[in-house]
Design a protein around this ligand. Structure first.
Ligand code: NDP
Length: 331
């Protein structure tokens, strides 16, 4: 059947936030394709999640060259979805990709060289059936490549029209400062900083990355907002067979210590008192003020996606709730 999106997709409760000093609004919830969209996953489920997301007003899809597994396959899956259903809506979508991590063998398949970034983006565009991406990121700071080389490549990518905007991910604060200035001096605004941020990982707040982005007019978009699933009800009663830990990926069994499980259970209590699931509360916590533009969630089912979408209905916290969450986190 030919996909036809929900005609009330912009009246389904999604809220949009301005991304720093820019013309772009992003949905409070964005969908990441790191897991569950590879060639190891069923296309039907990946497609169902993408369709459902768009039907609910999620306009931003976050990808990277090596998402899968296998490398490149999440972009291929997305490319198929583009071709089969999303192409008529291309201009309603805000699509990202990145290069920086391991992608192909040899010296030119990772890090921050011009050679790698340019050729990787060309490959990504082909896989996704796109002429351009909305935002292209330097996926990680490369301590060995001159930062000027990486950043000039971002500038040139914009000039070539292969990306409308650029961003940086996981850059240390000093490198981010350099990047914001270098890009701005060339009239290319850095639209987004993408960093890991959740109740268990407060680095962007503690290191001043959030404040720095704000001062530079750059939006902040949070990845792994659920700590890869730890900040949900997923592991409350053991490790389910179909979970990320059981499947053996980046989330290791060792991450689920007795200490962490204790915290998860205590946080789950706070969530229940708020009338939210733990996942909903964890996302709402990130959206409680204007420091975060959007959260990029991962999901392995439409049901999880739906749960996560509920979070935006209540992003207000009392001082007592915030204090309680901090206490639990520092247990
Ligand atoms: P999350 O922290 O949102 O974790 C997603 C996982 O949590 C899901 O796969 C699922 O696990 C579980 N989950 C999600 N919703 C629920 C729910 N409502 N109830 C129960 N369990 C739930 O994010 P990710 O770690 O997946 O990262 C999100 C995105 O961020 C990525 O897709 C990518 O786009 C981006 N990212 C960027 C990085 C960077 O370096 N810039 C690094 C990492 C991610 P399960 O599979 O077990 O069901």
């Amino acid at each position: 059947p030919i996909y036809s999106p929900d005609s009330s997709r912009y009246d389904n409760g999604m809220k949009y936030r301005r991304c720093g000093r820019s013309g772009i609004l992003l949905p409070e919830i964005s969908l990441g394709l790191w897991h569950n969209f590879g060639d190891v996953n069923t296309f039907a489920n990946s497609q169902a999640m993408a369709h459902h997301a768009f039907d609910k007003g999620i306009t931003h899809f976050d990808l990277a060259n090596n998402y899968g597994p296998s490398y490149g396959s999440a972009e291929e899956t997305f490319g198929m979805i583009m071709k089969k259903s999303f192409m008529p809506y291309r201009d309603e979508l805000f699509i990202s990709t990145k290069a920086g991590h391991d992608m192909w063998p040899g010296p030119y398949g990772e890090w921050g060289s011009r050679k790698y970034l340019m050729t990787s983006l060309n490959q990504s565009l082909r896989r996704m059936n796109l002429d351009y991406v909305d935002i292209f990121y330097s996926h990680r700071y490369d301590p060995d490549t001159p930062l000027e080389e990486t950043l000039q490549t971002l500038v040139d990518i914009v000039r070539q029209g292969k990306a409308l905007y650029v961003g940086i991910s996981k850059y240390p604060k000093a490198a981010a400062e350099f990047a914001y200035r270098y890009l701005a001096e060339r009239d290319v605004h850095c639209l987004l900083y993408q960093g890991r941020y959740n109740i268990f990982n407060r680095e962007p707040e503690e290191e001043g990355i959030l404040q720095q982005a704000k001062e530079n007019g750059t939006g902040f978009i949070a990845f792994s907002p659920l700590a890869q699933g730890l900040l949900t009800n997923r592991y409350l009663n053991g490790i389910p067979d179909d979970s990320r830990i059981a499947k053996g990926g980046f989330l290791k069994k060792e991450a689920l210590t007795d200490e962490t499980l204790k915290k998860i259970k205590a946080l789950n209590e706070v969530a229940t008192q708020r009338g939210q699931t733990l996942a909903e509360m964890a996302l709402a916590w990130l959206l409680k003020d204007d420091m975060v533009t959007s959260v990029i969630i991962g999901a392995s089912s439409v049901a999880q996606l739906d749960d996560n979408l509920q979070s935006i209905k209540n992003t207000k916290f009392t001082a007592e709730e915030l204090e309680k969450i901090n206490q639990i986190d520092s247990l």
